[in-house]
Ligand binder design. Structure first.
Ligand SMILES: NC(=O)c1ccc[n+]([C@@H]2O[C@H](COP(=O)([O-])OP(=O)(O)OC[C@H]3O[C@@H](n4cnc5c(N)ncnc54)[C@H](O)[C@@H]3O)[C@@H](O)[C@H]2O)c1
Ligand SMILES: O=P(O)(O)OC[C@H]1O[C@H](O[C@H]2[C@H](O)[C@@H](O)[C@@H](O)O[C@@H]2CO)[C@H](O)[C@@H](O)[C@@H]1O
Ligand SMILES: [Mn+2]
Length: 440
């Protein structure tokens, strides 16, 4: 079997150890020749890289592994690039969340003004990364899950219109599928989903079992009766449990389809603002929780010299998904994933150049997305408003336009009021001086 070369961009990410464990777990079905971790932060990367050396000595001794901050070493002769960077780190995520909240607006890393701020930071680095990769590996598949995926995908669509080997993908739909699997006591790998929307802004319309029966009515019934929890509820922080619990409310109000959890920020902005703590946001929870746990555990493994009893770094949907997606492409498995792609009629009453999220058959020749036809007025209205916000944000970035940024924020359902939008925007501009283009 062919052995593949992979680079993980953002090798120092909190998700990397889980991803490395997924690569070990899948070594028989998706064998690697070479794996490189690349990061711009040598300190973070060293901890994860030294952990990886111990893990691979025990579980993947034949692997040619290295970690680096040198782009040529990182990108040369690669088959797959897994990209998970966070421009500005958790320090800026905290500002994305706290600045809007200080004006009484949703503070979330991918939704509302926080998502805009993070998007305007990510675009420049993502363009640079793709240009660098293409210099050294013109044919590599670039699997990107850097957030905010909707804004990143729209920017990359504009800059690299002919590059058919960039795939933007989010793991939230997979996590939801796994959670439905737990609810029904069924294997989620057997589900055939029908899904439409934008990233962090979509709905499952149907979910077929292997005999073609639609499971959505049953799932709705259970959620409405008993509530909803993530598949890995035991490992989740309270904020994620609260997020999943609100799916019941969303179904009570809008029972047509199963909503992506992120829709709660758009359906219930007032309620969510009241619930969010402006002094201790998700960024604080992550820095005090996952980030600490992951780095402490890596350091413990390095000191112990063995990864055999490594426990807190579990395999979650994120690592598994990205490895399985690569394997489906490499071996033409044609499995179904929910991916981000240019609309071109997939949702027939939405503009062609929207980057939409739908189910797709994924094989060697890339995704073959599945259309959903015409959608109802409520969903079309929501999507078009959010899409306008996303497109105007990307316009603002490329044109350096303050006006477009203000229009974008005013259109966002989490903001609405233009005077408020201006105040939040001005504060975000100040906080992002180092990262954003100048908006005039
Ligand atoms: N699409 C999804 O569903 C999904 C799921 C999980 C995480 N993510 C995304 O993955 C990314 C990583 O998340 P995290 O919480 O682990 O953050 P993190 O800050 O722990 O990790 C990001 C790493 O990227 C590095 N980095 C920053 N800019 C870089 C650049 N230009 N080139 C190379 N490396 C760079 C940082 O030094 C850091 O080590 C984020 O964008 C996050 O939103 C996406
Ligand atoms: O707040 P964070 O940093 O914990 O998470 C932000 C990410 O949330 C979603 O990812 C889920 C993922 O679906 C699940 O598999 C598991 O790994 O937990 C993650 C959240 O903890 C979302 O899809 C991502 O885009 C976010 O980056
Ligand atoms: Mn996501």
């Amino acid at each position: 079997m062919k052995k593949y070369n992979i680079v993980i961009v953002g090798g120092g990410s909190t998700w990397t150890p889980g991803l490395l464990q997924s690569l070990c777990k899948n070594k028989d079905v998706f064998p690697l020749k070479r794996l490189v971790l690349y990061d711009i932060n040598p300190e973070r990367q060293e901890v994860i890289g030294e952990f990886a050396k111990i893990l691979f000595k025990e579980k993947y001794p034949e692997l040619d592994f290295e970690y680096t901050t040198d782009k040529e070493v990182a990108y040369k002769d690669m088959d797959f690039v897994f990209c998970q960077i966070r421009t500005g780190g958790y320090e800026m995520r905290e500002k994305d969340e706290k600045i809007p909240l200080s004006f009484g607006v949703i503070g979330q890393e991918t939704c509302g003004p926080g998502g805009m701020a993070y998007g305007m930071r990510s675009i420049r680095d993502m363009i640079e990364m793709i240009n660098d990769v293409r210099k050294y590996s013109p044919d590599a598949w670039i699997l990107n899950y850097t957030n905010p995926a909707a804004i990143v995908a729209e920017a990359l669509r504009r800059v690299f219109p002919d590059d058919k080997k960039i795939l933007n993908i989010c793991d939230q739909p997979v996590n939801l599928l796994r959670s439905y699997g737990r609810l029904l006591d069924m294997d989620p790998n057997e589900f055939e989903p029908v899904y439409f929307g934008l990233n962090h802004f979509g709905w499952f319309t149907n979910l077929y079992d292997k005999d073609g029966n639609d499971l959505v009515p049953k799932i709705k019934e259970i959620i409405l009766e008993k509530g909803f929890a993530p598949v890995d509820a035991e490992q989740r922080d309270q904020s994620w449990l609260d997020t999943y619990a609100l799916v019941k409310d969303m179904l009570q109000d809008f029972p047509d389809y199963l909503p992506n959890t992120y829709l709660q920020y758009y359906y219930y902005p007032e309620y969510k603002v009241k619930k969010l703590n402006p002094n201790y946001t998700r960024a604080n929870e992550v820095m005090d929780g996952r980030e600490k746990r992951v780095f402490e555990e890596c350091r413990r493994v390095i000191k112990a010299g063995t990864a055999k009893d490594c426990s807190v770094i579990h395999n979650d949907a994120h690592g598994d998904m990205i490895v399985e997606v690569a394997e489906s492409i490499a071996h033409n498995r044609n499995r179904i994933y929910i991916i981000i792609t240019e609309n071109n009629g997939l949702i027939s009453n939405i503009q062609d150049d929207a980057m939409v999220e739908v189910a797709a058959i994924l094989g060697k020749n890339g995704p073959r997305p599945m259309g959903v036809g015409k959608i109802g007025t409520f969903y079309k209205g929501l999507i078009e408003q959010q899409l306008a916000y996303e497109k105007l944000t990307v316009d603002a970035y490329f044109e350096g336009s303050y006006e477009k940024a203000l229009q974008a924020l005013t259109l966002n359902r989490t903001v609405v009021d233009a005077k408020k939008a201006r105040k939040v925007l001005d504060a975000l501009i100040e906080a992002n001086k180092e990262y954003w283009p100048e908006l005039k």
